[in-house]
Design a protein around this ligand. Structure first.
Ligand code: ADP
Ligand code: MG
Ligand code: MG
Length: 251
């Protein structure tokens, strides 16, 4: 079975249908890119896959490793190995980054972790991302710069080792150095864990260190085109306009 198989997915947010029948398949150990104009439903798809209750699934299904997870709550999907890195990470006063990751890791693995083992792994992983150790004991994202928030998301991904990580515009608004570190973290994730990636992005900078297996274009709540890495280049050169005229010609 594929890792993720989405069939005819319809999603409603606050009584408005946003996704009108999305089909998407992601294999194991693959990197996929999801592109598309703003407001077409890319983030909505990410939330629907992770099980955010604000995104009501009204049709179709989501299979993960062959199992129908369409109705599973968010924590059970996390336990199965689905991870979403938010476009705008939340600030959580009173919960340290370290405590947050430890709790997420216990949910992911379903078992208690020895504090010493956890701290050791956290320290090693933070070093990979050039994060100062002191961040571990700061409140989650509170007062973090944009780049630090994104690094904290990548740190969570490397610690949790999900089978599927969805990165929603993790590279937007970052300076060149932060993009490099995020991009290196993503590359390490693929190399070390062989977890699959679904990267939602407008830029190719984060993709430079990665081998892209497939690209998908979403427009107005449906996937309108699937292709390989060359589709990313094509869209960066010509924009989404080209696809529209192509589909008009063929339709
Ligand atoms: P994209 O990520 O492609 O820019 P989104 O999935 O964020 O698109 O948004 C798709 C549409 O759904 C937009 O019209 C947006 O306003 C709407 N939408 C998304 N999330 C919500 C929400 N929580 N409440 C109301 N409308 C939403
Ligand atoms: Mg957007
Ligand atoms: Mg979005």
């Amino acid at each position: 079975a594929s890792l993720l198989e989405i069939q005819g997915l319809r999603v409603r947010v606050e009584d408005k249908e946003i996704l009108h029948g999305v089909d998407l398949t992601v294999g194991k150990d693959e990197t996929h890119v999801l592109m598309g104009p703003n407001g077409t439903g890319k983030s909505t798809l990410g939330y629907a896959i992770t099980g955010n209750p604000a995104y009501e699934i009204t049709g179709g299904q989501i299979l993960f490793e062959g199992e129908d997870i369409t109705a599973l709550p968010v924590n059970e999907r996390a336990h199965k190995g689905i991870f979403l890195s938010f476009q705008n990470p939340l600030e959580v006063p009173g919960v340290t980054l370290s405590a947050f990751i430890r709790s997420a890791l216990e949910q992911r693995t379903g078992s208690r972790l020895r504090l010493w083992d956890f701290k050791k792994k956290l320290k090693e992983t933070m070093a990979l991302l050039h994060m100062d150790e002191s961040y571990a004991e700061r409140d989650l994202n509170v007062g973090f710069s944009g780049g630090e928030k994104k690094k904290a998301e990548i740190l969570q991904m490397l610690m949790l080792e999900p089978k599927l990580a969805i990165l929603d515009e993790t590279d937007s608004g970052l300076d060149v150095d932060a993009v490099r570190i995020v991009s290196e973290g993503v590359r390490l994730f693929r190399e070390r864990t062989h977890g699959s990636l679904l990267i939602i992005t407008h830029s190719t900078r984060i993709l430079e260190a990665l081998h892209v297996d497939a690209a998908h274009v979403m427009e107005e709540g449906v996937i309108v085109k699937n292709g390989g890495a060359d589709l990313v280049d094509e869209i960066n050169e010509n924009g989404f306009q080209v696809l529209q005229s192509e589909s008009e010609e063929s339709g």
